[in-house]
Design a protein around this ligand. Structure first.
Ligand code: THU
Length: 165
């Protein structure tokens, strides 16, 4: 992928060859998610969230939650990071790390974000973290079992409306 047009902030993790992340890469990704959290625009909830998404070719796209006076227009950190990656041409992901200010709980992605992740595959990793850097790793499939995805949209249906057009 040509990353020449991208901002200088785009981070590339060297030496992370396999899909399975090294301990060092996990640490970096979680650190990036906590850095992204600092940009959160959350005047209504005061609940900061950051995300750092690792692409198949080891680039990191970050995102934070961005709220709005029209409350339902707010966007979560995870969807923000994924949308940034997609709009820059990346569609295959190894992992996403999520950060919040919750000390006693690992931040867990909302249902909408789970579905948003699922669009881009079931078999990639989600790191739910705490501010001290500790984490729990789950796959997208574990977070959203028995899901509805792009494959279901295109399989044969009992009634095919395209025939009528
Ligand atoms: N939020 C996220 O950004 N990601 C999640 O997975 C959970 C919730 C945001 C949305 C809203 O801005 C704030 O956290 C409180 O719900």
């Amino acid at each position: 992928m040509d990353k020449n047009n991208l901002s200088e902030n785009l981070m590339h993790i060297q030496g992370q060859v396999s899909r399975q992340l090294s301990k060092e890469t996990v640490k970096k990704l979680i650190h990036q998610s906590h850095e992204a959290k600092k940009q959160a625009y959350c005047p209504y909830s005061n609940f900061r969230v950051g995300a750092a998404l690792l692409t198949f070719d080891n680039f990191v796209f970050t995102g934070c939650n961005v709220e709005n006076a029209c409350y339902n227009l707010g966007i979560c950190a995870e969807r923000n990071a994924i949308s940034k990656a997609i709009s820059e041409g990346s569609r295959t992901f190894k992992a996403i790390a999520i950060a919040s200010d919750l000390n006693d709980e690992f931040i867990s992605p909302c249902g909408g974000c789970r579905q948003f992740m699922r669009e881009f595959g079931l078999n990639w990793d989600v790191y739910l973290s705490k501010p001290d850097g500790s984490y729990v790793k789950m796959t997208v499939e574990e977070l959203l079992p028995v899901s509805f995805g792009p494959e279901e949209v295109s399989i044969k249906k009992v009634f095919d409306i395209s025939i009528d057009y």
